[in-house]
Design a protein around this ligand. Structure first.
Ligand code: F6P
Length: 525
Protein backbone atom coordinates (compact mmCIF):
# COMPACT_ATOMS: atom_id res chain seq x y z
CA UNK A 1 0.00 0.00 0.00
CA UNK A 2 1.28 3.45 -0.81
CA UNK A 3 2.35 5.76 2.01
CA UNK A 4 -0.57 7.92 2.97
CA UNK A 5 -1.17 11.24 4.66
CA UNK A 6 -1.90 10.56 8.37
CA UNK A 7 -5.62 9.98 8.63
CA UNK A 8 -6.28 13.02 10.85
CA UNK A 9 -4.72 15.27 8.19
CA UNK A 10 -6.34 13.61 5.20
CA UNK A 11 -8.78 15.60 3.08
CA UNK A 12 -11.71 13.28 3.79
CA UNK A 13 -11.12 13.40 7.56
CA UNK A 14 -10.85 17.18 7.51
CA UNK A 15 -14.04 17.46 5.47
CA UNK A 16 -15.88 15.34 8.04
CA UNK A 17 -14.57 17.43 10.91
CA UNK A 18 -15.87 20.55 9.21
CA UNK A 19 -19.28 18.98 8.67
CA UNK A 20 -19.42 17.98 12.34
CA UNK A 21 -18.72 21.55 13.38
CA UNK A 22 -21.21 23.09 10.96
CA UNK A 23 -24.91 23.26 11.79
CA UNK A 24 -26.19 19.72 11.48
CA UNK A 25 -29.84 18.90 11.06
CA UNK A 26 -31.37 17.31 14.16
CA UNK A 27 -32.86 13.83 14.12
CA UNK A 28 -36.31 15.44 14.29
CA UNK A 29 -35.57 17.32 11.13
CA UNK A 30 -33.95 14.35 9.47
CA UNK A 31 -36.80 11.98 10.33
CA UNK A 32 -39.34 14.41 8.93
CA UNK A 33 -38.00 13.43 5.51
CA UNK A 34 -40.10 10.38 4.65
CA UNK A 35 -37.76 9.19 1.87
CA UNK A 36 -35.29 8.40 4.61
CA UNK A 37 -37.43 5.53 5.84
CA UNK A 38 -36.86 3.71 2.56
CA UNK A 39 -33.27 4.66 1.84
CA UNK A 40 -31.36 4.12 5.08
CA UNK A 41 -31.82 0.38 5.32
CA UNK A 42 -29.65 -2.47 4.19
CA UNK A 43 -30.11 -6.26 4.18
CA UNK A 44 -27.37 -8.85 4.37
CA UNK A 45 -27.12 -12.48 5.48
CA UNK A 46 -30.54 -12.48 7.15
CA UNK A 47 -29.89 -9.24 9.04
CA UNK A 48 -31.83 -6.07 8.38
CA UNK A 49 -30.04 -2.89 9.39
CA UNK A 50 -32.11 0.23 9.92
CA UNK A 51 -29.98 3.34 10.31
CA UNK A 52 -32.69 5.92 9.77
CA UNK A 53 -32.13 7.05 13.36
CA UNK A 54 -28.46 7.92 12.88
CA UNK A 55 -27.64 11.61 12.74
CA UNK A 56 -26.39 11.57 9.18
CA UNK A 57 -27.60 13.06 5.94
CA UNK A 58 -26.54 12.31 2.40
CA UNK A 59 -23.65 14.72 2.57
CA UNK A 60 -22.22 13.09 5.70
CA UNK A 61 -22.75 9.58 4.32
CA UNK A 62 -20.93 10.50 1.12
CA UNK A 63 -18.08 12.02 3.07
CA UNK A 64 -17.80 8.88 5.21
CA UNK A 65 -17.65 6.73 2.08
CA UNK A 66 -14.98 9.05 0.69
CA UNK A 67 -12.98 8.51 3.87
CA UNK A 68 -13.23 4.73 3.49
CA UNK A 69 -12.09 4.99 -0.10
CA UNK A 70 -9.24 7.28 0.75
CA UNK A 71 -8.01 4.87 3.45
CA UNK A 72 -8.14 2.01 0.91
CA UNK A 73 -10.18 -0.20 3.17
CA UNK A 74 -10.93 -2.71 0.44
CA UNK A 75 -7.22 -3.20 -0.16
CA UNK A 76 -6.73 -3.72 3.56
CA UNK A 77 -9.57 -6.26 3.65
CA UNK A 78 -8.00 -8.05 0.70
CA UNK A 79 -4.72 -8.22 2.60
CA UNK A 80 -6.44 -9.88 5.58
CA UNK A 81 -8.26 -12.48 3.47
CA UNK A 82 -5.05 -13.19 1.53
CA UNK A 83 -3.08 -14.08 4.65
CA UNK A 84 -0.77 -11.08 4.63
CA UNK A 85 1.00 -10.34 7.90
CA UNK A 86 -1.38 -7.57 8.93
CA UNK A 87 -0.73 -8.15 12.64
CA UNK A 88 2.77 -6.83 12.16
CA UNK A 89 3.67 -6.22 15.83
CA UNK A 90 3.35 -9.99 16.32
CA UNK A 91 4.39 -10.93 12.77
CA UNK A 92 1.16 -12.83 12.18
CA UNK A 93 -1.54 -13.06 9.61
CA UNK A 94 -5.14 -12.75 10.81
CA UNK A 95 -7.24 -15.59 9.52
CA UNK A 96 -10.31 -16.19 11.63
CA UNK A 97 -12.15 -15.93 8.31
CA UNK A 98 -10.41 -19.16 7.22
CA UNK A 99 -12.02 -20.99 10.14
CA UNK A 100 -15.45 -20.65 8.57
CA UNK A 101 -14.42 -20.90 4.95
CA UNK A 102 -12.70 -24.28 4.91
CA UNK A 103 -15.20 -25.59 2.37
CA UNK A 104 -14.22 -22.98 -0.25
CA UNK A 105 -12.72 -24.62 -3.33
CA UNK A 106 -10.20 -21.84 -3.93
CA UNK A 107 -9.64 -20.09 -0.60
CA UNK A 108 -7.70 -16.81 -0.71
CA UNK A 109 -5.63 -17.89 2.30
CA UNK A 110 -4.48 -21.08 0.52
CA UNK A 111 -5.33 -24.78 0.66
CA UNK A 112 -2.75 -25.57 3.35
CA UNK A 113 -4.58 -23.43 5.91
CA UNK A 114 -7.96 -24.88 4.94
CA UNK A 115 -6.60 -28.39 5.37
CA UNK A 116 -5.38 -27.61 8.89
CA UNK A 117 -8.74 -26.07 9.72
CA UNK A 118 -10.70 -29.04 8.38
CA UNK A 119 -8.60 -31.56 10.29
CA UNK A 120 -9.21 -29.83 13.61
CA UNK A 121 -12.87 -29.13 12.84
CA UNK A 122 -13.43 -32.83 12.17
CA UNK A 123 -11.58 -33.77 15.34
CA UNK A 124 -13.64 -31.33 17.43
CA UNK A 125 -16.94 -32.40 15.88
CA UNK A 126 -16.23 -36.14 16.19
CA UNK A 127 -15.20 -35.77 19.79
CA UNK A 128 -18.18 -33.58 20.70
CA UNK A 129 -20.60 -36.01 19.08
CA UNK A 130 -19.07 -38.91 21.02
CA UNK A 131 -19.49 -36.92 24.20
CA UNK A 132 -23.11 -36.15 23.30
CA UNK A 133 -23.72 -39.83 22.54
CA UNK A 134 -22.52 -40.79 26.03
CA UNK A 135 -19.53 -42.79 24.80
CA UNK A 136 -16.84 -40.74 26.59
CA UNK A 137 -16.31 -42.56 29.85
CA UNK A 138 -14.84 -41.34 33.11
CA UNK A 139 -12.58 -43.18 35.54
CA UNK A 140 -15.36 -45.51 36.76
CA UNK A 141 -16.61 -46.17 33.24
CA UNK A 142 -19.67 -43.97 33.71
CA UNK A 143 -20.52 -41.67 30.81
CA UNK A 144 -19.43 -38.02 31.09
CA UNK A 145 -22.57 -35.97 31.66
CA UNK A 146 -21.08 -32.53 32.43
CA UNK A 147 -18.32 -30.48 30.89
CA UNK A 148 -16.76 -27.47 32.56
CA UNK A 149 -15.03 -24.96 30.33
CA UNK A 150 -12.02 -23.39 31.99
CA UNK A 151 -10.70 -20.36 30.14
CA UNK A 152 -10.81 -16.58 30.15
CA UNK A 153 -11.24 -13.72 27.67
CA UNK A 154 -11.52 -15.12 24.17
CA UNK A 155 -11.23 -18.63 25.57
CA UNK A 156 -14.46 -18.09 27.49
CA UNK A 157 -16.65 -15.26 26.22
CA UNK A 158 -17.40 -16.50 22.70
CA UNK A 159 -18.32 -20.09 23.58
CA UNK A 160 -20.15 -18.94 26.72
CA UNK A 161 -22.18 -16.34 24.83
CA UNK A 162 -23.10 -18.65 21.95
CA UNK A 163 -23.88 -21.58 24.25
CA UNK A 164 -26.34 -19.41 26.16
CA UNK A 165 -27.85 -18.10 22.92
CA UNK A 166 -28.19 -21.43 21.11
CA UNK A 167 -28.41 -24.08 23.78
CA UNK A 168 -31.87 -25.21 22.80
CA UNK A 169 -30.85 -25.49 19.15
CA UNK A 170 -29.30 -28.92 19.69
CA UNK A 171 -31.01 -30.04 22.93
CA UNK A 172 -27.72 -30.82 24.67
CA UNK A 173 -27.59 -34.19 26.42
CA UNK A 174 -24.44 -32.96 28.24
CA UNK A 175 -24.42 -30.10 30.74
CA UNK A 176 -21.94 -27.38 29.72
CA UNK A 177 -20.64 -24.98 32.37
CA UNK A 178 -18.20 -22.08 32.24
CA UNK A 179 -15.68 -20.91 34.81
CA UNK A 180 -13.37 -18.01 34.02
CA UNK A 181 -12.70 -16.28 37.32
CA UNK A 182 -9.78 -17.61 39.28
CA UNK A 183 -11.29 -17.04 42.69
CA UNK A 184 -12.16 -20.31 44.38
CA UNK A 185 -15.81 -19.33 44.85
CA UNK A 186 -16.44 -19.36 41.15
CA UNK A 187 -15.17 -22.92 40.62
CA UNK A 188 -16.79 -24.16 43.81
CA UNK A 189 -20.20 -22.85 42.72
CA UNK A 190 -20.00 -25.00 39.60
CA UNK A 191 -18.44 -28.10 41.15
CA UNK A 192 -20.80 -28.36 44.09
CA UNK A 193 -23.53 -29.76 41.84
CA UNK A 194 -21.28 -32.07 39.84
CA UNK A 195 -19.97 -35.61 40.27
CA UNK A 196 -16.23 -36.16 39.62
CA UNK A 197 -16.96 -39.54 38.06
CA UNK A 198 -19.11 -37.98 35.33
CA UNK A 199 -17.46 -34.58 34.83
CA UNK A 200 -14.80 -33.44 32.39
CA UNK A 201 -12.89 -30.18 31.96
CA UNK A 202 -11.99 -28.37 28.77
CA UNK A 203 -8.92 -26.28 29.53
CA UNK A 204 -8.91 -23.57 26.89
CA UNK A 205 -5.88 -21.37 26.52
CA UNK A 206 -4.31 -20.29 23.27
CA UNK A 207 -1.00 -19.63 25.02
CA UNK A 208 -1.37 -22.28 27.73
CA UNK A 209 0.39 -19.87 30.07
CA UNK A 210 -2.55 -17.85 31.41
CA UNK A 211 -2.17 -17.92 35.17
CA UNK A 212 -5.88 -17.80 35.97
CA UNK A 213 -6.69 -20.70 33.67
CA UNK A 214 -3.81 -22.88 34.83
CA UNK A 215 -4.67 -22.26 38.48
CA UNK A 216 -8.27 -23.30 37.85
CA UNK A 217 -7.12 -26.37 35.91
CA UNK A 218 -4.86 -27.47 38.78
CA UNK A 219 -7.75 -27.08 41.20
CA UNK A 220 -10.04 -29.07 38.91
CA UNK A 221 -7.52 -31.92 38.76
CA UNK A 222 -7.30 -31.95 42.53
CA UNK A 223 -11.10 -32.12 42.75
CA UNK A 224 -11.06 -35.11 40.41
CA UNK A 225 -8.40 -37.02 42.35
CA UNK A 226 -10.05 -36.16 45.67
CA UNK A 227 -13.24 -37.49 44.12
CA UNK A 228 -11.67 -40.88 43.46
CA UNK A 229 -10.05 -40.49 40.06
CA UNK A 230 -6.73 -42.39 39.90
CA UNK A 231 -3.86 -40.32 38.50
CA UNK A 232 -3.44 -42.62 35.52
CA UNK A 233 -7.07 -42.06 34.46
CA UNK A 234 -7.11 -38.28 34.89
CA UNK A 235 -6.59 -37.75 31.16
CA UNK A 236 -10.06 -39.18 30.50
CA UNK A 237 -11.51 -36.14 32.24
CA UNK A 238 -9.30 -33.48 30.70
CA UNK A 239 -9.33 -31.83 27.29
CA UNK A 240 -7.09 -28.99 26.15
CA UNK A 241 -7.56 -26.45 23.38
CA UNK A 242 -4.41 -24.50 22.61
CA UNK A 243 -1.95 -23.18 20.06
CA UNK A 244 0.82 -24.64 22.25
CA UNK A 245 0.06 -28.36 22.14
CA UNK A 246 3.50 -29.37 23.50
CA UNK A 247 2.75 -27.50 26.73
CA UNK A 248 -0.52 -29.39 27.17
CA UNK A 249 1.07 -32.74 26.35
CA UNK A 250 3.85 -32.03 28.84
CA UNK A 251 1.17 -31.58 31.49
CA UNK A 252 -0.24 -35.04 30.88
CA UNK A 253 -3.10 -34.30 28.49
CA UNK A 254 -3.83 -37.18 26.12
CA UNK A 255 -2.99 -36.31 22.49
CA UNK A 256 -6.47 -37.43 21.44
CA UNK A 257 -7.88 -34.79 23.80
CA UNK A 258 -5.66 -31.92 22.62
CA UNK A 259 -7.31 -29.70 20.02
CA UNK A 260 -5.31 -27.09 18.19
CA UNK A 261 -5.64 -23.56 16.97
CA UNK A 262 -2.91 -21.43 15.46
CA UNK A 263 -1.16 -18.15 16.15
CA UNK A 264 -3.13 -16.56 13.31
CA UNK A 265 -6.35 -16.88 15.33
CA UNK A 266 -6.71 -14.02 17.81
CA UNK A 267 -8.20 -15.06 21.16
CA UNK A 268 -11.22 -12.78 20.76
CA UNK A 269 -11.79 -14.15 17.25
CA UNK A 270 -11.34 -17.79 18.22
CA UNK A 271 -14.87 -19.07 18.76
CA UNK A 272 -14.83 -20.41 15.19
CA UNK A 273 -11.85 -22.66 16.01
CA UNK A 274 -11.46 -25.57 18.42
CA UNK A 275 -12.17 -23.00 21.15
CA UNK A 276 -15.78 -23.66 20.12
CA UNK A 277 -15.52 -27.21 21.56
CA UNK A 278 -17.82 -26.62 24.58
CA UNK A 279 -20.32 -24.99 22.25
CA UNK A 280 -20.21 -27.97 19.88
CA UNK A 281 -20.80 -30.26 22.85
CA UNK A 282 -23.79 -28.10 23.84
CA UNK A 283 -25.43 -27.64 20.42
CA UNK A 284 -23.99 -30.41 18.24
CA UNK A 285 -21.75 -30.39 15.18
CA UNK A 286 -24.55 -29.64 12.72
CA UNK A 287 -25.62 -26.45 14.50
CA UNK A 288 -21.99 -25.36 14.96
CA UNK A 289 -21.39 -25.73 11.22
CA UNK A 290 -24.51 -23.65 10.57
CA UNK A 291 -23.01 -20.93 12.76
CA UNK A 292 -19.78 -21.11 10.75
CA UNK A 293 -21.90 -20.79 7.61
CA UNK A 294 -23.59 -17.66 8.95
CA UNK A 295 -20.19 -16.07 9.45
CA UNK A 296 -19.05 -17.28 6.03
CA UNK A 297 -22.14 -15.59 4.55
CA UNK A 298 -21.01 -12.31 6.11
CA UNK A 299 -17.44 -12.86 4.88
CA UNK A 300 -18.77 -13.27 1.35
CA UNK A 301 -20.96 -10.19 1.75
CA UNK A 302 -18.15 -7.99 3.02
CA UNK A 303 -15.94 -8.94 0.09
CA UNK A 304 -18.53 -8.44 -2.61
CA UNK A 305 -21.05 -5.76 -1.54
CA UNK A 306 -20.90 -2.26 -2.96
CA UNK A 307 -19.57 0.09 -0.26
CA UNK A 308 -22.96 1.75 0.21
CA UNK A 309 -24.54 -1.68 0.84
CA UNK A 310 -21.70 -3.16 2.83
CA UNK A 311 -23.26 -3.63 6.27
CA UNK A 312 -20.08 -3.92 8.37
CA UNK A 313 -18.58 -0.94 6.56
CA UNK A 314 -21.71 1.14 7.21
CA UNK A 315 -21.67 0.16 10.87
CA UNK A 316 -18.00 1.15 11.06
CA UNK A 317 -18.53 4.49 9.34
CA UNK A 318 -21.51 5.41 11.49
CA UNK A 319 -19.46 4.51 14.55
CA UNK A 320 -16.64 6.76 13.34
CA UNK A 321 -19.07 9.60 12.73
CA UNK A 322 -20.50 9.25 16.23
CA UNK A 323 -17.07 8.87 17.84
CA UNK A 324 -14.98 11.35 15.88
CA UNK A 325 -17.63 13.68 14.47
CA UNK A 326 -20.25 13.96 17.21
CA UNK A 327 -17.80 13.20 20.03
CA UNK A 328 -19.60 10.22 21.58
CA UNK A 329 -17.30 8.46 24.02
CA UNK A 330 -19.21 5.22 24.25
CA UNK A 331 -21.32 2.78 22.29
CA UNK A 332 -24.29 1.26 24.04
CA UNK A 333 -25.44 -2.12 22.74
CA UNK A 334 -28.91 -3.30 23.70
CA UNK A 335 -29.95 -6.78 22.57
CA UNK A 336 -33.62 -7.47 23.34
CA UNK A 337 -33.69 -11.32 23.05
CA UNK A 338 -32.80 -12.63 26.52
CA UNK A 339 -30.73 -15.44 25.03
CA UNK A 340 -28.22 -12.77 23.98
CA UNK A 341 -27.46 -11.92 27.61
CA UNK A 342 -23.71 -12.48 27.12
CA UNK A 343 -23.45 -10.69 23.77
CA UNK A 344 -22.27 -7.37 25.19
CA UNK A 345 -19.31 -8.76 27.20
CA UNK A 346 -18.31 -10.72 24.11
CA UNK A 347 -18.50 -7.64 21.87
CA UNK A 348 -16.79 -5.54 24.52
CA UNK A 349 -13.65 -7.69 24.30
CA UNK A 350 -13.85 -7.89 20.51
CA UNK A 351 -14.05 -4.12 20.11
CA UNK A 352 -12.09 -2.70 23.03
CA UNK A 353 -9.23 -5.20 23.07
CA UNK A 354 -8.89 -4.71 19.32
CA UNK A 355 -9.27 -0.97 18.91
CA UNK A 356 -8.40 0.38 22.34
CA UNK A 357 -5.09 1.67 20.95
CA UNK A 358 -3.32 5.01 20.88
CA UNK A 359 -0.57 4.53 18.31
CA UNK A 360 -0.86 4.58 14.57
CA UNK A 361 0.56 1.58 12.77
CA UNK A 362 3.85 3.45 12.27
CA UNK A 363 4.21 3.87 16.05
CA UNK A 364 3.42 7.59 16.24
CA UNK A 365 0.76 8.83 18.66
CA UNK A 366 -2.77 8.94 17.27
CA UNK A 367 -4.35 12.36 16.85
CA UNK A 368 -7.91 11.10 16.98
CA UNK A 369 -10.16 9.14 19.30
CA UNK A 370 -10.22 5.36 18.83
CA UNK A 371 -12.40 2.63 20.41
CA UNK A 372 -15.43 3.93 22.26
CA UNK A 373 -16.28 2.40 25.62
CA UNK A 374 -18.56 -0.47 24.60
CA UNK A 375 -21.15 -1.27 27.19
CA UNK A 376 -24.78 -2.26 27.67
CA UNK A 377 -26.84 -5.37 28.28
CA UNK A 378 -30.30 -6.73 27.69
CA UNK A 379 -32.43 -3.83 26.51
CA UNK A 380 -35.51 -4.42 28.62
CA UNK A 381 -33.45 -4.63 31.81
CA UNK A 382 -31.46 -1.56 30.79
CA UNK A 383 -34.64 0.46 30.28
CA UNK A 384 -35.36 0.09 33.97
CA UNK A 385 -31.82 0.85 35.03
CA UNK A 386 -29.36 2.98 33.04
CA UNK A 387 -31.44 4.18 30.08
CA UNK A 388 -32.25 7.21 32.24
CA UNK A 389 -28.71 8.48 31.69
CA UNK A 390 -28.92 7.95 27.95
CA UNK A 391 -32.19 9.90 27.76
CA UNK A 392 -31.43 12.78 30.10
CA UNK A 393 -27.78 12.57 31.14
CA UNK A 394 -24.95 14.73 29.88
CA UNK A 395 -23.23 12.11 27.70
CA UNK A 396 -24.11 11.54 24.09
CA UNK A 397 -24.58 7.77 23.90
CA UNK A 398 -25.33 6.12 20.55
CA UNK A 399 -27.12 2.78 20.74
CA UNK A 400 -27.19 -0.42 18.70
CA UNK A 401 -30.59 -2.04 19.24
CA UNK A 402 -30.79 -5.74 18.35
CA UNK A 403 -34.16 -7.43 17.97
CA UNK A 404 -35.84 -10.42 16.36
CA UNK A 405 -38.87 -10.30 14.08
CA UNK A 406 -40.33 -13.70 14.96
CA UNK A 407 -40.92 -15.49 18.23
CA UNK A 408 -40.70 -19.27 18.36
CA UNK A 409 -40.72 -19.93 22.10
CA UNK A 410 -43.38 -22.58 22.85
CA UNK A 411 -45.24 -20.62 25.54
CA UNK A 412 -48.98 -20.08 25.00
CA UNK A 413 -48.63 -16.30 25.32
CA UNK A 414 -45.29 -16.04 23.49
CA UNK A 415 -46.75 -13.76 20.81
CA UNK A 416 -47.88 -11.31 23.48
CA UNK A 417 -44.44 -11.32 25.09
CA UNK A 418 -42.92 -10.61 21.69
CA UNK A 419 -45.33 -7.75 20.99
CA UNK A 420 -44.34 -6.03 24.24
CA UNK A 421 -40.63 -6.52 23.59
CA UNK A 422 -40.77 -5.08 20.09
CA UNK A 423 -42.96 -2.16 21.11
CA UNK A 424 -40.50 -1.26 23.82
CA UNK A 425 -37.45 -1.46 21.60
CA UNK A 426 -39.01 0.68 18.91
CA UNK A 427 -40.32 3.19 21.43
CA UNK A 428 -36.84 3.60 22.87
CA UNK A 429 -35.26 4.29 19.47
CA UNK A 430 -38.00 6.83 18.79
CA UNK A 431 -37.75 8.52 22.19
CA UNK A 432 -33.98 8.79 21.92
CA UNK A 433 -34.20 10.34 18.47
CA UNK A 434 -37.15 12.70 18.85
CA UNK A 435 -37.15 13.50 22.54
CA UNK A 436 -39.89 15.83 23.83
CA UNK A 437 -39.48 19.59 24.07
CA UNK A 438 -40.39 21.61 27.15
CA UNK A 439 -43.22 23.18 25.25
CA UNK A 440 -44.66 19.79 24.27
CA UNK A 441 -44.26 18.57 27.83
CA UNK A 442 -46.06 21.61 29.22
CA UNK A 443 -49.01 21.07 26.88
CA UNK A 444 -49.17 17.44 27.91
CA UNK A 445 -49.09 18.27 31.61
CA UNK A 446 -51.86 20.82 31.20
CA UNK A 447 -53.93 18.19 29.41
CA UNK A 448 -53.33 15.89 32.38
CA UNK A 449 -54.89 18.52 34.65
CA UNK A 450 -51.86 20.23 36.17
CA UNK A 451 -52.06 23.95 36.82
CA UNK A 452 -50.11 26.23 34.45
CA UNK A 453 -47.63 26.94 37.24
CA UNK A 454 -47.07 23.26 38.05
CA UNK A 455 -46.73 22.44 34.37
CA UNK A 456 -44.10 25.13 33.90
CA UNK A 457 -42.13 23.98 36.93
CA UNK A 458 -42.17 20.31 35.99
CA UNK A 459 -41.62 20.64 32.24
CA UNK A 460 -37.79 20.97 32.30
CA UNK A 461 -37.52 17.81 34.41
CA UNK A 462 -39.89 15.84 32.24
CA UNK A 463 -38.52 16.86 28.85
CA UNK A 464 -36.05 14.98 26.65
CA UNK A 465 -33.45 16.59 24.45
CA UNK A 466 -33.60 13.76 21.94
CA UNK A 467 -31.18 13.77 19.01
CA UNK A 468 -29.58 10.59 20.31
CA UNK A 469 -28.54 8.31 17.44
CA UNK A 470 -29.24 4.61 17.15
CA UNK A 471 -29.10 1.76 14.69
CA UNK A 472 -31.48 -1.17 14.85
CA UNK A 473 -30.40 -4.61 13.71
CA UNK A 474 -33.24 -7.02 13.03
CA UNK A 475 -32.69 -10.76 12.86
CA UNK A 476 -35.55 -13.03 11.92
CA UNK A 477 -34.72 -15.29 14.87
CA UNK A 478 -31.67 -16.27 16.88
CA UNK A 479 -30.44 -19.33 15.01
CA UNK A 480 -26.90 -20.67 14.68
CA UNK A 481 -26.69 -19.15 11.22
CA UNK A 482 -28.04 -15.71 12.12
CA UNK A 483 -25.87 -15.53 15.24
CA UNK A 484 -22.81 -16.44 13.16
CA UNK A 485 -23.64 -13.62 10.75
CA UNK A 486 -24.19 -11.15 13.60
CA UNK A 487 -20.84 -11.94 15.24
CA UNK A 488 -19.01 -11.66 11.92
CA UNK A 489 -20.80 -8.36 11.25
CA UNK A 490 -19.26 -6.87 14.40
CA UNK A 491 -15.86 -8.47 13.67
CA UNK A 492 -15.73 -6.78 10.28
CA UNK A 493 -16.98 -3.51 11.73
CA UNK A 494 -14.04 -3.55 14.12
CA UNK A 495 -11.71 -4.38 11.21
CA UNK A 496 -12.93 -1.40 9.15
CA UNK A 497 -12.67 1.03 12.03
CA UNK A 498 -9.07 -0.01 12.69
CA UNK A 499 -8.33 0.22 8.97
CA UNK A 500 -9.60 3.81 8.92
CA UNK A 501 -8.05 4.87 12.23
CA UNK A 502 -4.78 3.29 11.02
CA UNK A 503 -4.27 1.28 14.20
CA UNK A 504 -3.43 -2.36 14.81
CA UNK A 505 -6.58 -4.27 15.73
CA UNK A 506 -5.09 -7.71 16.24
CA UNK A 507 -2.51 -7.32 18.98
CA UNK A 508 -3.25 -6.55 22.64
CA UNK A 509 -0.03 -5.36 24.23
CA UNK A 510 -2.01 -3.30 26.70
CA UNK A 511 -2.86 -6.38 28.76
CA UNK A 512 0.75 -7.53 29.10
CA UNK A 513 2.17 -5.10 31.68
CA UNK A 514 -0.25 -6.18 34.40
CA UNK A 515 0.55 -9.84 33.70
CA UNK A 516 4.30 -9.17 33.85
CA UNK A 517 4.01 -7.24 37.10
CA UNK A 518 1.90 -9.98 38.67
CA UNK A 519 4.63 -12.49 37.83
CA UNK A 520 7.38 -10.22 39.16
CA UNK A 521 5.48 -9.60 42.37
CA UNK A 522 5.18 -13.35 42.86
CA UNK A 523 8.97 -13.76 43.01
CA UNK A 524 10.43 -13.63 46.52
CA UNK A 525 12.34 -10.36 47.11
O1 F6P B 1 -5.00 -11.13 28.66
C1 F6P B 1 -5.74 -11.00 27.50
C2 F6P B 1 -5.79 -12.27 26.72
O2 F6P B 1 -4.56 -12.56 26.17
C3 F6P B 1 -6.87 -12.24 25.65
O3 F6P B 1 -6.45 -11.65 24.49
C4 F6P B 1 -7.20 -13.70 25.52
O4 F6P B 1 -8.44 -13.89 24.90
C5 F6P B 1 -7.18 -14.12 26.97
O5 F6P B 1 -6.16 -13.35 27.55
C6 F6P B 1 -6.93 -15.57 27.20
O6 F6P B 1 -5.70 -15.99 26.69
P1 F6P B 1 -5.35 -17.52 26.53
O7 F6P B 1 -6.36 -18.13 25.63
O8 F6P B 1 -3.98 -17.56 25.95
O9 F6P B 1 -5.40 -18.14 27.89
Amino acid sequence: MTTQTPVHLSPAWQALQQMAQAHLPTLRELLADTSRSTSLHVNACGIHMDYTHQRVNEQVLNALQALAKERQVELQLHAMFHAQTINSTEQRSVLHVALRGSELSNPPWGQAVSLQVKTQLDKVCDFAEKMRAGTCLGFSNLAITDVVNIGIGGSDLGPRMATQALRTAGQSPVGVHFVSNVDAWSLQQTLQDLNPATSAFVVQSKTFTTQETLTLAASAKRWLTDGGCPNDLLARHLMAVTAKAPLALAQGFDAAHVFELWDWVGGRYSIWSAIGLPLVIAIGAKAFKEMLQGAADMDAHVQSAAPTNNMPLLMALLGIWNRNGLGAESLHIAPYPSCLGMLVPYLQQMDMESNGKSTYKDGSAVKLETSPVVWGGLGIDGQHAYFQMIHQGTHLVPTDFIGVTTETTPLPLAAEHHRVVILNMQAQAQALALGRTEQETEVLLLEQGLSPQEAKQLAPHRSYAGNKPSTTLWLEAITPRSLGALMALYEHKVFYQAAIWDIHAYDQWGVELGKTLAKQMEKPA
